[in-house]
Design a protein around this ligand. Structure first.
Ligand code: GTP
Ligand code: MG
Length: 727
């Protein structure tokens, strides 16, 4: 929970003040002199700075207000509800929200105008944009006039709220108005609460402090509460209700037994009943006040019983204490009773919490024995598995059993081998000693050796069976596959062995296709359905064919049928031929390519027909302007002109590239020179001009030149004050 210092909130300026503050700060903190002679970038940055600075100040100020004021959801629920009651929760949130929006709008305005100033082309335009930006921001602030004024009022009121500590030891005084609550608070604490003989003298919560048993206590005086529905309660009453609802405390419910307050004992009982749920978990002392005016004994039996019932209704431990503020009789008793009962409750709660935690510690270590489980002892509510009473043997994995068997066999094999060795040794000794039983001993040794070998084979087989195949861990795979960051795990491996075919594991399964979930369209029985559909289709086709044949046979004469059959056969033949010809891959030449060959013009084309007609008339299709009326057939073929000698020379010197255009301009040293003589003369002149330069080894036009350099620091810079003679 965030702690706010409600007393030290900074003052909220009015809208006009805020505008003044912002503009004056901009004026003071940013440069003020600008000249039209400045570079435009400098002018722009001058004005941009002003706009940005204004926006920053506004954001700072409004942000401070928004963050300083407590958020109702962050403070203690008591304070949150109290502020909600006092200042209207919605209004409060709206005001802060509006300031936040205003801040954001100012930022947007700033961004937009800075963007515009970036492209402004003159000082005048920059200035106009700045004025517009500042004006819009000021308008935005002025629109928050109401929110700012409201928040200032809230701030002032928050500062005057009693400094309540919701966690301290608290006595809360409540009851009908005018029953003497404030008088009691004034008696036991140094709070100076107003006391008057009329109702609703106290209109807010008041706090006083007192000492009891060397401890500090806070006593809260609340406004009187009337007995009606919660919705009808006004702000003054709701403060008392909020305190009752949220503060952990001892409640002193004041009853005016003399009924001088203007309410009967029955009415006070009714109020007690209606607000009792608010202090159901709190300690209660019912104070029978003003006993100086009417002692308890003078009350009717019904009223006395009513007071006792009120005590009993809450808790058998709730006490009824008679008191008078005038005579001060019972004031100390009330104080003692309330403090003691609250203290006791606090100690009990703390002890219970500590004891509880110890018990929880123990519970975690408890193990239910089978005997407990059998008897289902209710004391320990431990969860037992189903069939816990059955005696269940241990479950040993098959691999462990196999390993154990292999180990046993190995031991047996070792023992058998030892026996065989021993027997062999005995047989050797017998043979060396020349005893009669040599052959028997040798046979025994041989037999033992065979057995030992058989057991060793079994042991080896068992060990091989129990040995697990070497497993490659994902980590090893990662290092083998390029290390972290490079390797990406293969999830498809998990599916191997689970699918009908292991190759299916690596299939890519699209989950979403064309924006649709594939699984929505998956039909598990689709293959069977398709097969059924195919069968149905074949069947339908056959039936339809039969029906057609029958119909035709019924409708046509034999001659007509024969003609139709012949037509169909021809169609079929034509289709087959066409297919055969396209299958030969003899794609036809494009028409343009075909027409290039003039010797054999295709007679069936338009051009071929035109050519044939022209030739028939003795005319040529290709002509030049100078042979307009040429009728010779020979001339119709394009005859290339003999190229000029000069052109031939040039062509020969060029690269023989097909891409070179014949309309390329002549080289630059020949351009503008008409004829060979002029070119030769120009070449001569060029040589002559170069001669002198070559002789003196001077830099020519083509030589790289670097002009003289001025040293920058000696020739540039500010020269306004002082001279630059020393430079
Ligand atoms: N006779 C008598 N009068 C008392 C006693 N206690 C308070 N009064 C009077 O009752 C009147 C109301 O006293 P308050 O202390 O203002 O009562 P309250 O409950 O605080 O009233 P609100 O603030 O309006 O809710 C005053 O005129 C007191 O003088 C008491 O013990 N005996
Ligand atoms: Mg009062």
């Amino acid at each position: 929970m965030v702690t706010y210092d409600l007393k030290r909130l900074a003052a909220v300026p009015t809208a006009a003040e805020l505008v003044d503050i912002v503009l004056m700060r901009t004026q003071r903190k940013t440069p003020t002199v600008v000249h039209p002679g400045y570079k435009i970038t400098r002018i722009r940055s001058f004005y941009m700075r002003k706009v940005k600075f204004t926006q920053q100040t506004i954001s700072e100020r409004l942000g401070a207000i928004v963050s300083d004021f407590p958020r109702l959801d962050d403070v203690h629920p008591f304070h949150g509800d109290l502020m909600g009651v006092l200042y209207d929760r919605d209004h409060y949130k709206l005001a802060l929200g509006q300031l936040n929006t205003c801040k954001k709008l100012c930022e947007t305005v700033c961004r937009d105008y800075v963007r515009l100033i970036k492209y402004a082309d003159s000082l005048y335009r920059c200035k106009a944009l700045k004025v517009a930006a500042l004006g819009r921001m000021a308008t935005l602030i002025k629109r928050q006039r109401a929110a700012l004024a409201y928040l200032e009022e809230v701030r002032k009121h928050l500062g005057r709220l009693p400094a309540l500590d919701p966690t301290a030891r608290t006595l809360l005084v409540c009851g009908f108005p005018n029953v003497g609550k404030s008088s009691f608070v004034n008696k036991v604490t140094r709070a100076d609460v107003e006391v008057q003989p009329w109702a609703f003298t106290t209109k807010a919560l008041y706090v006083g402090h007192m000492d009891h048993r060397y401890l500090r206590w806070q006593v809260i005086d609340t406004p009187g509460i009337l007995d009606h529905e919660l919705e009808k309660r006004n702000v003054i009453e709701m403060q008392a209700v909020t305190a009752l609802a949220h503060l952990p405390c001892a409640v002193l419910f004041f009853v005016d037994v003399s009924e001088q307050c203007g309410y009967t004992l029955e009415q006070q009982k009714s109020l007690y009943d209606s607000i009792r749920p608010l202090f159901a978990d709190k300690q209660l002392v019912i104070v029978a006040n003003k006993v100086d005016a009417k002692p308890l004994e003078d009350l009717s039996a019904d009223h006395q019983q009513m007071l006792k019932d009120m005590c009993a209704a809450h808790d058998p431990d709730a006490v009824l204490v008679p008191m008078s503020n005038v005579t001060e009789a019972g004031v100390q008793a009330v104080k003692d009773a309330a403090c003691d009962v609250l203290l006791q409750a606090r100690v009990d709660r703390r002890r219970a919490a500590a004891g509880g935690s110890r018990l929880r510690d123990k519970l975690t270590r408890l193990v239910a024995t089978p005997a407990d489980a059998a008897q289902r002892r209710p004391a320990l509510a431990t969860a037992l598995p189903m069939g816990a009473d059955e005696d269940r043997g241990p479950s040993i994995p098959a691999s462990v059993l196999a390993a154990r068997k292999a180990k046993k066999l190995e031991k047996r094999a070792a023992r058998a081998a030892q026996d065989a060795d021993r027997l062999e040794l005995a047989a050797l000794e017998a043979r060396d000693g020349g005893h009669g039983s040599t052959t028997d001993a040798a046979q025994q040794a041989e037999h033992a050796a065979q057995q030992a070998r058989a057991i060793a084979r079994d042991a080896e087989a068992a060990r091989a069976a129990s040995a697990r195949p070497p497993r490659t861990t994902e980590r090893e795979r990662m290092w083998a596959g390029g290390g972290p960051g490079v390797y990406s795990g293969e999830t498809s491996r998990e599916y191997i062995g689970q699918l009908r075919c292991d190759e299916f594991a690596t299939d890519i399964q699209p989950e979403i296709m064309d924006g649709k979930n594939v699984l929505d369209f998956v039909d598990e029985d689709v293959l069977e359905k398709l097969a059924a559909l195919d069968d149905l289709e074949v069947e339908t086709d056959q039936t339809l064919d039969q029906l057609d044949a029958q119909l035709e046979a019924a409708r046509l004469t034999p001659q007509e049928a024969a003609i139709i059959k012949a037509m169909r056969d021809r169609q079929l033949l034509a289709r087959n031929r066409a297919q055969a010809s396209t299958n030969r891959r003899n794609a036809p030449l494009p028409r343009a390519a075909r027409l290039r060959t003039e010797e054999a013009p295709p007679a069936d084309t338009l051009r071929g027909r035109a050519r044939a007609a022209a030739e028939k008339r003795g005319r040529s299709l290709s002509r030049r302007p100078d042979d307009a009326m040429d009728t010779s057939v020979e001339r119709s073929k394009s005859v290339a002109r003999e190229p000029a000698a000069k052109k031939r020379r040039r062509d020969a010197s060029r690269a023989a590239s097909a891409h070179r255009s014949s309309s390329r301009p002549p080289p630059r040293n020949e351009q503008g020179l008409d004829g060979q003589a002029a070119q030769d003369r120009a070449r001569l002149l060029q040589k002559k001009a170069q001669k002198k330069m070559n002789r003196m080894a001077r830099g020519g036009e083509a030589d790289r030149k670097t002009g003289p350099k001025l040293i920058r620091w000696m020739n540039e810079g500010k020269r306004r004050s002082g001279t630059s003679h020393h430079r």
